[in-house]
Design a protein around this ligand. Structure first.
Ligand SMILES: Cc1ncc(COP(=O)(O)O)c(C=O)c1O
Length: 352
């Protein structure tokens, strides 16, 4: 832990008030946050301090021009109650990819990883002990320079907050393949984890939910034909014994779970094709009885099995059994809990 991060601990921890068997999703925050500022071309004053409100100028540029990006990751507990992180350097790299696309400053990867590690060390008691639970970490960066005018801001904040998360309900999901709205176009910001991408998804997702679906399955912007990804997940199809996942072509978020699942599937002997795949192709395979399993991958749920896909007036009903998806889900969860060996070096223990 090479960076000099000042730590100020709270004198009034709220930890004792939290019922870990009943955690409302995304509403509970831990005692502390990491924060640092970007000014005069460098990141300054990295510190961990009690979680508090942040004074914001009404002209802060993020509020007007949308320079805001984020990451999502989880801390779990492994053997001997050691906190564990999963591939944190990859989140640091992806935040910097997002920063490049949005005209924001990169943050040194080592500072990102140290910030997350030291915050997790301070908040160790907040990692829910129950299997499948985790401490969700939300690193984010936004432009806080007060300025009205269209250019990149000159000052930013990078902050990490934490929220304990109970086990995600592993019910199968119903996807709605969207043919009116789009998530991302080539040349746009789809590959960045930019706040605005999620704002644009709110109305289509609400409309899909009103039709009885859980999430949107995004299709490409030009032809509404090529499958991209799901709300906050990448997607995999098992077709005739092999797996196909859309290639990340610049408009799809490069999921870290996606990358891990490709590695696990290949190590388990499956062929994995990363290539463009159309909704018509998927429907064709389904008609031939070759569409065997479909699942989404993402940090929040690890693996979410898909029950049905709605497209225009059809709804494809997928097979009940998902043996490979289940195996991959167990493998990832067990690696994250140190119940299975991690031959890939994905797990990073947090030692004080
Ligand atoms: C749009 C989108 N796609 C895919 C993913 C999955 O990425 P990861 O596996 O890194 O969580 C996420 C979640 O971060 C997402 O928001």
């Amino acid at each position: 832990m090479g960076h000099n991060i000042t730590i100020t601990k709270t004198e009034a921890s709220r930890l004792a008030t939290v019922d870990f068997d009943n955690i409302p999703l995304g509403k509970t925050f831990t005692d502390h946050m990491f924060i640092c500022e970007y000014e005069d071309g460098k990141w300054t004053n990295p510190r961990i301090e009690p979680l508090t409100l942040i004074p914001t100028h009404p002209a802060a540029m993020a509020l007007h021009y949308g320079q805001a990006i984020f990451e999502g990751m989880k801390a779990t507990v492994g053997k001997n109650n050691t906190p564990l992180l999963f591939r944190p350097e990859d989140n640091a790299k992806r935040l910097n990819l997002s920063a490049d696309r949005m005209g924001m400053p990169e943050i040194p990867e080592t500072l990102f990883v140290d910030a997350v590690k030291q915050l997790v060390a301070v908040e160790k008691g907040w990692i829910p002990p129950q299997e499948g639970s985790a401490l969700y970490l939300r690193p984010f960066m936004y432009a806080d320079e007060p300025f009205i005018g269209m250019r990149a801001a000159t000052s930013y904040k990078f902050i990490v907050i934490c929220s304990p998360a109970g086990p995600f309900f592993t019910k199968k999901i119903r996807l709605f393949a969207e043919t009116t709205y789009i998530r991302a176009a080539n040349g746009g910001t789809g590959e960045a984890k930019a706040a605005g991408n999620y704002a644009a998804a709110i109305v289509p997702t609400e409309k899909a939910k009103a039709k009885g679906f859980d999430q949107v399955l995004w299709l490409d912007a030009n032809e509404h034909k090529y499958i991209q990804e799901v709300g906050t997940m990448n997607i995999f199809f098992k077709i005739g014994g092999r797996f196909i996942t859309p290639s990340t072509d610049g408009s799809i978020l490069k999921g870290i779970t996606r990358d891990s699942v490709i590695t696990l599937l290949k190590d388990k002997g499956f062929e994995v094709e990363e290539r463009p795949i159309t909704i018509d192709e998927v429907i064709g395979y389904h008609k031939e009885g070759m569409l065997e399993e479909v699942f989404g991958t993402g940090t929040a749920v690890a693996i979410a099995m898909v029950a049905t896909i709605g497209y225009k007036d059809e709804e494809l009903v997928l097979p009940e059994e998902n043996p490979v998806s289940e195996d991959i889900m167990n493998t990832i969860n067990e690696i994250k809990a140190q119940k299975q060996e991690d031959p890939y070096g994905w797990i990073i223990p947090v030692t004080e």
